[in-house]
Ligand binder design. Structure first.
Ligand SMILES: C[C@H](O)[C@H](O)[C@H]1CNC2=NC(N)=NC(=O)C2=N1
Length: 96
């Protein structure tokens, strides 16, 4: 199983991840993606879902119209692991 990252390692990883921040009150990272319209937002979710399923690592997320709020943590590890960082990177790449 992937290891929980220390606070220092999390901050180090976040410094290279545009738009992602620590989620207040829990060990997780989050980002709000904003798109042009619902179609773009849902297209992003569709592509990200395929990556997540392939990784067997799944986001917590919520879509309202053209925004997608994403929170990533590794439930099995009780914190943020390299899997969350990898999925966050993939989501940034998909959203570009
Ligand atoms: C059995 C299965 O591999 C696990 O439950 C996976 C599935 N997807 C997961 N997704 C996330 N975000 N955290 C997990 O710990 C996790 N565990």
């Amino acid at each position: 199983m992937a290891e929980r990252l220390s606070a220092e390692a999390r901050n180090q990883a976040l410094s290279g991840l545009s738009g992602w921040t620590e989620t207040p009150g829990r060990e997780a990272i989050g980002k709000t993606f904003t798109f042009r319209d619902f179609n773009e937002a849902f297209g992003f979710m569709t592509r990200a879902a395929l990556v997540a399923e392939k990784m067997d690592h799944h986001p917590e997320w919520k879509n309202v119209y053209k925004t997608v709020d994403v929170v990533l943590s590794t439930h099995d590890a009780g914190g943020v692991t390299a899997l969350d960082i990898e999925l966050a990177k993939a989501m940034n790449a998909i959203a570009r």
